[in-house]
Write a protein that binds this ligand. Structure first.
Ligand code: PLP
Length: 449
């Protein structure tokens, strides 16, 4: 069975635009798709974050939202749900993942501290660097087209070397699960266990950025024979049991449009976090969310571990990976949990990395088919190893025919890829430059495409 495991109750019309208008829209957006209004985007694969469709159970839970400032009933439900999901006792609600990252930065980091990770997500890195930390991203290295099942892993040898060398300066180690900026790839349970072992050996805390841990657990169930008979909740629980601190953006596997939490067992540290929570977010029983969001997430966390749902979701990613491979588009393999990563430099070999082939492909996808994707390469991270274009799949939103359309557009672009040229930045923003910088096509190639 591989049909959508849901029926559609409410529909949202999709904007259909003309090519000549798209040329105008992308120019007006300074060739940065973050400036495009969604009303001119046909298939929006910019992100899987906060873009899920809600279920009837979530919508009805929403009505139960207790909006009391202190001690809201919805908070206690949320606390119980998060405890069941994470196994941690202290639950600190935040309005989204980066709000938790900010609280952790202010509480724990000072200038010159070191943070080591399998790969930090962009907002996490930006927050920690803002706090003065030096970041080491040390993913295991694999060829992007190899079928190694756990490419999201941290390199344990490099980790131990760094821990030995900088023991006093390493503030914590972070595992991002799944590894979003590293290709949405799965992290193995052994890797989490071994990382925890090394952290304990060197007296360093392990932080897990867990916003896609349900998807990771499904991939573990598929790929690790020791876990094939375990429930997703058991795998989530075991994975998170190794963390000292968990950060979670509920906009992903929490199946809500906003929200998140920090969870931990250390009561004293939790109190420190709560003092900043009051300053930046809100009272500890709502922490920047409305009561209704606490209710929706309490339901969403468990809909997100339903195996029918996960099987369909991961199969959507697999379908796109396999279909693009069939037409020789270079994509990261094997399939990950939430997105497809096309290696744009291998696809547009004639474009120099300094001219952002990934951003050129993003622009071409929009002009050709009104598809919005995002560059995760040298434009996003100056020192990126690859020039990925990420096509993230929103949860429970698109059907197979939408994905087939994406494949058709890739096929059309493939035929005229030699016409695509590079991009240049004409105005660069200070932090997280991919969000707000202006670009222009080199040699005006967009009109000729
Ligand atoms: C791995 C990871 N960590 C943290 C975040 C930040 O979460 P938020 O967007 O809720 O601030 C994201 C968002 O996409 C993410 O993918």
């Amino acid at each position: 069975m591989n049909f959508e495991p849901y029926k559609i109750k409410v529909v949202e019309p999709i904007p259909i635009t003309k090519r000549e208008d798209r040329l105008k829209y992308i120019k007006e957006a300074h060739y940065n798709v973050f400036f495009l209004p969604s009303s001119v985007v046909t298939i929006d694969l910019l992100t899987d974050s906060g873009t899920s469709a809600l279920s009837k159970y979530q919508l009805s839970a929403m009505i139960l939202g207790d909006e009391s400032y202190a001690g809201a009933e919805s908070y206690y439900k949320f606390e119980e749900a998060v405890r069941k999901y994470t196994t941690k006792l202290q639950v600190i609600p935040v309005h989204q993942g980066r709000a938790g990252e900010r609280i952790i930065t202010i509480s724990l980091l000072k200038k010159g501290d070191i943070v080591i990770s399998n790969t930090l997500f962009d907002t996490t890195r930006a927050n920690f660097e803002f706090g003065g930390a030096i970041i080491y991203d040390i993913p295991e290295e694999h060829d992007i087209e190899s079928e190694y099942p756990f490419k999201g892993n941290i390199d344990l040898n490099k980790l131990e070397d760094l821990l030995k060398k900088h023991r006093d300066r390493v503030r914590f180690v972070v595992l991002t699960i799944t590894n979003n900026s590293g290709g949405g790839q799965a992290v193995s349970i052994e890797n989490v266990r071994e990382t925890k072992f090394l952290c304990s050996k060197y007296g360093v805390k392990l932080l897990i950025d867990a916003c896609r841990v349900s998807e990771n657990s499904y991939l573990l169930k598929l790929r690790d024979k020791n876990y094939s008979n375990k429930s997703i909740l058991e795998i989530v629980n075991e994975t998170l049991s190794y963390a000292d601190i968990i950060t979670f953006s509920a906009k992903k596997d929490g199946l809500n449009h906003i929200g998140g939490f920090i969870a931990l067992d250390d009561r004293e540290l939790a109190e420190e976090f709560r003092s900043y929570l009051v300053l930046f977010e809100g009272f500890p029983t709502y922490g920047g969310m409305a009561g209704r969001d606490l209710e929706i997430i309490s339901v969403g966390l468990f809909e997100g571990i339903d195996e029918n749902y996960l099987s369909h979701r991961i199969n959507q990613v697999k379908f796109l990976v396999e279909s693009l491979c069939k037409i020789n588009i270079p994509v990261m393999r094997p399939f990950g949990g939430h997105a497809i990563y096309v290696e744009a430099k291998r696809f547009l070999e004639h474009i120099d990395e300094s001219e952002f082939p990934g951003q050129s492909l993003v622009v071409a996808l929009y002009i050709e088919g009104g598809i919005r994707a995002v560059e995760v390469g040298k434009f996003m991270f100056k020192d990126a190893r690859y020039n990925f274009v990420r096509l993230a799949i929103p949860r429970r939103v698109y059907t197979k025919s939408h994905l087939e359309y994406v494949v058709d557009i890739f096929n059309l672009i493939k035929e005229k890829r030699h016409k695509i040229k590079g991009m240049k930045i004409v105005k660069e923003s200070r932090f997280l430059r991919h969000f707000r910088s202006y670009l222009e096509p080199v040699e005006n190639w967009t009109n000729e495409l």
